[in-house]
Design a protein around this ligand. Sequence first.
Ligand SMILES: Cc1cc2nc3c(=O)[nH]c(=O)nc-3n(C[C@H](O)[C@H](O)[C@H](O)COP(=O)(O)OP(=O)(O)OC[C@H]3O[C@@H](n4cnc5c(N)ncnc54)[C@H](O)[C@@H]3O)c2cc1C
Length: 388
Amino acid sequence: MKFDYDIIVVGAGPAGSTAARYAASGGAKVLMLEKDRDVGYPVRCGEAVSHEGVVQFIKPDPKWIASTVTKFRLVAPNGKSVVPKLDGSGYVLERRIFDYELAKLAANEGAEVITKAYVYDLLREDGKIVGVKTLIKDKQTEIRAKVIIAADGVESRVGKWAGIDTTCHIKDMESCAQMTLSGIHMDEDILEFYFGDNVSPGGYLWVFPKGNGTANVGIGLSVEAAKKKSAIRFLQEFVDKKYPHAAMLTHIAGGVPCAKTNSEIVKGNVILVGDAAHQVNPVSGGGIISGMIGGMIGGQVAAETVQRGDLMHLQEYARQWQKRLGWRHEIFYNIKEAISGFHDETLNDICNSALQIPEEKRSLGGIFRAALWNKPSLILDVAKVFVS
Ligand SMILES: Cc1cc2nc3c(=O)[nH]c(=O)nc-3n(C[C@H](O)[C@H](O)[C@H](O)COP(=O)(O)OP(=O)(O)OC[C@H]3O[C@@H](n4cnc5c(N)ncnc54)[C@H](O)[C@@H]3O)c2cc1C
């Protein structure tokens, strides 16, 4: 059978571009298809990443860094706050440019990229998946490839078409809303997180600075909680109170799968990476770097698979992902389960305990130990994390 490409990547988000880059550098002939006209737009993200995470893939560049952050502030329901001591730093990105740069890195390795290319089905012959059906600039086109990498985000359909159950349980799907506000006063080097039943029950609200009085102000809460009051209403109330005179530049809504990695991420000649595979950190909801790690491993293994001509080798992707991050996400998931049930009183107690620690010792570990000391019942919650 004649193939047009070795590998087709569906979706040019961080996971897709990274998969395409590593697949191409591994010697495969790669095509990446993106349904939107521009890579990186529209942006549906708070855009925060750690320096440590990013530098694995790309040298930090001021053109896609909106601000550099060195601290984060945790605000308890009673308004008291704690700023843990941090070793590293992070960035609030301009994802429009960042995603674009990642796609360029893939192209520089030889991957072809087509935008305004909507993949609407998988191409099958004799029951086997042999490529994709796509609308390229509104023209129906069939493209053949040996391996398909589904990097089509949280609403992924490619996996489902391949027969993989990609349903995220409703209790693990975070409902998110975000506004980019301008004309506000805030510390420009600090990420802020607000907790509490009145602010974001079971989740958190964030204020991430983007420089020059601009910030991403967003909220993530469980779909269950959002049924009683929507994420956008919680957010609007916060903004009205805290930034009544702000100008709203953008507003977005979206879901984040704060779950364990999908139980199946490889089937036949199809693999899932990034949000499509639920590779998001279940505690923070951050999925940019973890999706890129999934994309990198997926791209590398897909290229090796093509070279060996042995589809069974694709299973190596699932093994390597589990070894690198999957096992950690399972622990984070259990931690999320424990802390999302904390009531305001517990959160206030933890904050009070943390404030009693001398500032120079106020690391995250120190705060955690103090919380356990002052609130022994937390030990039970933590124990649950490890036994469930
Ligand atoms: C409100 C909000 C705030 C967030 N904040 C953060 C944060 O601060 N830090 C962080 O690390 N993470 C954050 N996340 C999560 C993060 O945005 C995602 O985890 C990340 O974008 C996942 O990358 P991805 O490449 O898997 O998917 P995406 O970035 O969603 O990319 C998928 C791509 O596939 C394309 N596509 C989809 N279907 C098709 C198709 N059929 N044919 C062709 N193309 C298709 C889409 O157009 C898109 O470009 C946030 C998410 C939300 C919703």
